[in-house]
Design a protein around this ligand. Structure first.
Ligand code: HSE
Length: 307
């Protein structure tokens, strides 16, 4: 049995526009680096080497809460020390909390040589999401763990499906404003009109079919959200212009990444992804809001062991 493991835990895009709380995909970049080691001191110690001032008491820490849930199911667990270098900014809409929670449980499962199922790991990691946003959602955790594009068909009981998908190049802009997931959930309407629901499930089915068939045009047509985006996009200055200019530059489509403020666009090739990045930069330079951009790819493996 090894006594130390280091992993890369990737950022993710939840919702994928029309699939609120059920669809997500994993990214090649950015990612967090996490090291878990067996130590003599019993219990769980958490160290952050980043500057985000995150809590280090295990119960209050996203990775810690997920690990404690896993350790409840392990007999005679040794003392553990988790060192986290967050490179995915918390509150970016890029699944920062899911990377911490999923990374921690995947690392522990490998380190302790325990045969947990993917469903078990998702369940443990959701305890971390509860600490982060007050809600146990799995649409970031699942692609982070499994890679690729994933569907949560049901959360109770948990039923997760990994979807085939074509090669995709993804452009992201992260305007440096804060949108809390809890606030972005609070503002949503609790009821949906039937005609809106019909539009939405047509798009969700179209998007899933588009991924499975590798049909870029169908993916693009289905990246529409009649329910969540009209409400949440108000929190993101420049959103409509980013969308318009990105699609004019050739993006298949896109929208709010998770609960925002990041905006993502899916593209067929790297040239288009770079052209879209220029449009995104142009919008936020004009508005005068600081931003960070990424041009990255669909990550098909999920969490990777470095050593
Ligand atoms: N599905 C969640 C939401 C993702 O949109 O609130 C949060 O990262």
């Amino acid at each position: 049995m090894r006594n130390i493991i280091q992993i890369k835990s990737p950022a993710t895009i939840a919702n994928l526009v029309c699939g609120f709380d059920i669809l997500g995909l994993a990214l090649e970049e950015p990612y967090d680096i996490m090291t878990l080691e067996v130590v003599e001191k019993p219990g769980l110690e958490i160290i952050h080497t980043d500057n985000y001032q995150l809590p280090t008491i295990p119960e209050d820490n996203v990775a810690g809460a997920a690990l404690l849930a896993l350790l409840d199911d392990v007999k005679n667990a040794p003392g553990l020390k988790l060192t986290v270098e967050k490179r995915i900014k918390p509150g970016s809409g890029l699944g920062s909390s899911a990377a911490s929670a999923a990374g921690a449980v995947m690392a522990a499962s490998k380190l302790l040589d325990h045969d947990f199922s993917n469903e078990d790991l998702v369940k443990f990691a959701m305890f971390g999401e509860k600490v982060a946003s007050g809600v146990k959602h799995a649409d970031n955790i699942t692609p982070c763990l499994l890679g690729g594009v994933t569907l949560i068909r049901s959360i109770m009981p948990l039923d997760i499906v990994k979807l085939d998908a074509p090669d995709l190049h993804i452009t992201i802009v992260h305007p440096q404003i804060e949108v809390k997931t809890s606030d972005a959930r609070q503002i949503l309407k609790k009821e949906v009109q039937l005609k809106m629901a019909i539009k939405q499930w047509g798009n969700i089915a179209g998007l899933v079919a588009g991924f499975m068939k590798g049909d870029h045009a169908l993916i693009g047509r289905s990246l529409e959200d009649a329910i969540i985006e009209p409400v949440r996009s108000i929190l993101i200055p420049g959103f409509d212009e980013v969308k318009f200019r990105s699609k004019s530059a050739g993006a298949l489509g896109g929208g709010i990444s998770g609960s925002g403020p990041s905006i993502f666009m899916l593209n067929k090739d790297i040239e288009t992804a770079k052209a879209v990045e220029q449009e995104m930069k142009g919008v936020y330079t004009k508005i005068g809001i600081d931003f960070k951009t990424y041009v990255t790819k669909l990550n098909t493996e999920g969490i990777k062991i470095i050593e």
